[in-house]
Design a protein. Structure first.
Length: 187
């Protein structure tokens, strides 16, 4: 039996009274397709809610994203999404910070297995176009040893970084690696 490893950061939707919700489930084996479908769902009033990667019953290895909207709600949302996926931690650090520099903020991460057999860390970044962009700094910590992770997280915490997410998966080099994403809020 295969084990899925993922972390979810659900969107907190306040349910006043007897509100109802509508959900849209997106599943694909291509990260570029997922980003496009997420942004199309925004145009229908949905916002990111949950994500995971792994094997689905009928679809094989896919990334699955659930988008949600409160009924009644806005017909069109103000959020935009960027899905970052790479097997190289140095690339993920660079891409996460580039997205942050454009006003995107971290929402979730998972391990995504592509149709071509690769395993990638996937990070979902969100930008609310109705508010001024955040000016945050992101840090990625990746290691195969828990003692090293402890040391690096402590140092990052002392520098003002807060841990947002953790995934465990195989890297491009074939070893297991813990990947943490941390953020320090800008001024």
């Amino acid at each position: 039996m295969k084990r899925l490893r993922f972390i979810l950061y659900p969107l907190l939707i306040s349910a006043a009274g007897s509100a109802t919700f509508d959900y849209r489930v997106l599943a694909t084996s291509k990260t570029s397709t997922m980003e496009k479908e997420m942004n199309e769902a925004v145009d229908a009033g949905y916002a990111f809610h949950l994500a995971m990667g792994g094997e689905t019953a009928a679809g094989g290895k896919e990334a699955v994203v659930v988008m949600a909207k409160q009924i009644p709600g806005d017909a069109k949302g103000t959020k935009r999404y960027r899905l970052l996926a790479t097997a190289r931690t140095s690339s993920m650090q660079r891409e996460t910070q580039q997205a942050a520099d454009e006003g995107f903020v971290y929402r979730s991460q998972t391990v995504f297995e592509s149709a071509f057999g690769g395993r990638e860390v996937a990070v979902i970044m969100e930008r609310d176009t109705s508010t001024p962009p955040a000016r945050d700094t992101y840090k990625l910590v990746a290691t195969s040893r828990t003692s090293t992770l402890q040391k690096e997280l402590r140092e990052a915490g002392e520098a003002g970084f807060i841990l947002l997410g953790l995934t465990v998966g195989k890297t491009a080099l074939g070893g297991s690696e813990m990947v943490c994403i941390l953020k320090r809020s800008g001024s």
